[in-house]
Design a protein. Structure first.
Length: 391
């Protein structure tokens, strides 16, 4: 089938809950995707940060294939070596104690919310000490509860009643954070960089205050690193840039290298809050996904590879800042947003697609989340397309 036929067949059978572009990708390699008509695209989006090693990385594909030929699934009645190895490696690399496996960022965040509330109930026996503070402009998922945790009014519609027990505070507003804490609050949940909210990093003093207040009031700290984690910022976790260790960390997106995964990492007392029967996931810890994830973790444990990400991050930022009509660039590592002057980010996205470049948007910004394996030559080629558009 050509692109038009694929798009027509898909739209005839699938609910239109997305505003899709007229592009049908069929194959790819590294940071280059190829559509059904054979046209090649440079990818500055990596499946919204999910294809961390790019398209069809050979080591990743071989590991996934080999695991699929051995064992594709086992229920959580049983154990398997691939999942055990992945869990042990990830907890060691992130300096956490135990994790829970799910299949998405939303699932990981749901698990974090349940752990925070159960820990509070177990310790205080108070059914009212359940409120979780999140940040205005945050994004934590599409389930009813993670939508409730999301601090954006545009998401709080249609699906009433929303899950109660969330309170929203403006990011980087220390006084507002202090005033929001009362005897009903059990946790503070945040993204170090608000991705969907406009690629906006938190200030160091605000992060420090989150942890100071958490210690003072015995609150759980939950960092949503679904988009910022897995090397995206040049470190394994964005928390490393801020010098803090949250009680709970959620990861997803790039962790599976393109296959669905979500994990909720825990430290200290939080590692033992969930007990048999209190939470579950049929596909959580799938061995095929974990086989791919082990390849991602192996790459991220390579100091040379991480140094290359840091180098390319600076190269990418400087290239963006040098483009015409770019007013400012926000973000850390290979998670960057460009504020544009005199042209809409959505318009640039469509014009870039026509010229063979895949980019993203976040609010009014042009958002870039390229594969961690992108080359400087591919960055140059993509920037040339953006320069042509913005000129």
């Amino acid at each position: 089938m050509n692109s038009s036929e694929i798009i027509e067949k898909y739209n005839s059978a699938v609910v239109r809950s997305y505003g899709r572009l007229d592009l049908a990708l069929e194959s790819g390699s590294g940071a280059a995707g190829i559509d059904a008509d054979g046209r090649r695209y440079i990818d500055f989006g990596s499946g919204i940060g999910t294809n961390s090693l790019g398209y069809a990385d050979s080591a990743w594909a071989d590991a996934v294939s080999a695991q699929a030929h051995r064992l594709q699934h086992t229920s959580n009645y049983y154990y398997n070596s691939t999942t055990a190895e992945f869990a042990a490696k990830l907890t060691a690399m992130t300096d956490t104690d135990k994790l829970f496996f799910g299949n998405s960022g939303a699932e990981a965040n749901e698990c974090a919310i349940k752990i925070a509330r159960k820990r509070s109930f177990d310790k205080y026996g108070d059914q009212n000490r359940t409120t979780i503070i999140t940040l205005v402009n945050s994004f934590h998922g599409r389930t009813v509860t993670t939508l409730s945790a999301t601090g954006q009014d545009s998401f709080h519609n249609y699906f009433f009643p929303f899950t109660p027990g969330f309170k929203y505070v403006e990011a980087n507003n220390i006084q507002a954070l202090r005033e929001a804490i009362d005897d009903k609050v059990c946790a503070i949940m945040f993204e170090f960089i608000q991705g969907e909210g406009g690629v906006i990093p938190l200030n160091q003093d605000f992060v420090d205050e989150i942890f100071a207040l958490a210690r003072k009031h015995d609150l759980t700290t939950i960092s949503d690193e679904v988009q910022t984690g897995v090397g995206r910022t040049g470190r394994l976790l964005a928390a490393e840039h801020f010098g803090v260790k949250p009680d709970i960390v959620t990861l997803a997106k790039g962790l599976g290298g393109g296959l669905p995964i979500g994990v909720c990492l825990t430290r200290g007392e939080y590692a033992n809050v969930l007990t048999p029967g209190t939470h579950g996931s049929t596909f959580g810890g799938n061995p095929v996904v974990c086989a791919g994830g082990l390849v991602v973790l192996k790459r991220l444990s390579d100091e040379k590879f991480m140094a290359e990400i840091a180098h390319k991050s600076e190269y990418f930022r400087r290239s963006l800042e040098a483009l015409p009509r770019v007013k400012s660039v926000s973000g850390i590592g290979l998670m960057l947003g460009a504020e544009l002057d005199g042209i809409g980010a959505a318009d640039v996205l469509k014009l870039a697609l026509d010229r063979g470049l895949l980019v993203l948007t976040a609010k009014t910004k042009l958002r870039c989340l390229p594969p961690l394996t992108i080359t400087c030559e591919q960055i140059d080629a993509g920037m040339a397309i953006l320069k042509d558009i913005l000129s």
